[in-house]
Design a protein. Structure first.
Length: 133
């Protein structure tokens, strides 16, 4: 999942935070056949817009995204998403998978705004992927 924080450290997805974001504050886009397209609901997702805000007792509120497995979402083994918030800002999410076909497609690398935040070759999983607003 992706965590959104104010620069002073408050979780922007926590409804108790003043100025918190909710699901209506997000729009998700994907590069589809080379064209940036809004995602309404991909075939493999039962989530409107392919995301939802979830709460974990261990980590707090985070944005859970589902990634489409439709061939048109891939450029090779890569997918590019954009998370736009109601303030007009946009964050680019780059995802590399081990394959773009088959029943199991594993994530190999994630970048936020062109900075690699996690790579499977590191042997560990990130505790969080944080976007600061």
């Amino acid at each position: 999942g992706f965590f959104f924080f104010f620069s002073k450290g408050e979780n922007l997805l926590d409804p108790k935070t003043i100025g918190a974001l909710n699901d209506k504050d997000f729009t998700l886009y994907v590069m589809r056949n080379g064209i940036k397209s809004e995602i309404v609901n991909a075939a493999n997702s039962n989530l409107p817009g392919n995301f939802q805000i979830e709460n974990s007792p261990e980590t707090g509120y985070y944005l859970f995204l589902t990634f489409g497995v439709d061939k048109e979402f891939f450029n090779g083994n890569d997918q590019t998403y954009f998370i736009k918030t109601s303030d007009g800002s946009e964050d680019k999410i780059s995802v590399r998978f081990n394959s773009n076909v088959g029943p199991i497609i594993g994530c190999r690398r994630v970048g936020i705004n062109d900075v690699v935040k996690w790579d499977a070759s590191s042997g560990s999983y990130p505790s969080s992927l944080i976007i600061v607003k």
